[in-house]
Design a protein around this ligand. Sequence first.
Ligand code: URA
Length: 154
Amino acid sequence: IIGEGPGREEDLQGTPFVGRSGKLLDTALAGLGIPASLFHIANIVKCRPPNNRKPTHAEALACRPLLQQQFRFVKPKIILLMGSAAYQFFTGDTNGRITKLRGKWLQAGGCDILPTFHPAYVLRSPSQKVHLWSDLEMIRDKLVELGYLEQDQA
Ligand code: URA
């Protein structure tokens, strides 16, 4: 699971997605029966950009070796890209609009990749929650399809 960058709470604790966005994400994943042992959460950039602005391309590039190292450890099979920054920096499609791309599988390097909304966006626009939920259901179904999760566990 890839987000954008640490918020204030994450910066203080040194752990991704421990603030409000993280709580929403945890609730959704737990509600879908996806155990924490099946995922790893990372960010495109590893430090909080000033005033919580979107990371620059240079910042994303500077942090890329760290993300690559996380990939080498985790060896993900399924990648959830949350928000336009994660989508754009990860894929290099800098014009890609998350509203158009979310909920559609992409494939690269033997991984199934799903762009979705960022939980912080959903917190600001609660009517979009249904889309984040249905994308997470797609993740749950893919975990079942690939044999990481039992149908009745989910
Ligand atoms: N938003 C992100 O993109 N990452 C975090 O770790 C927290 C909030």
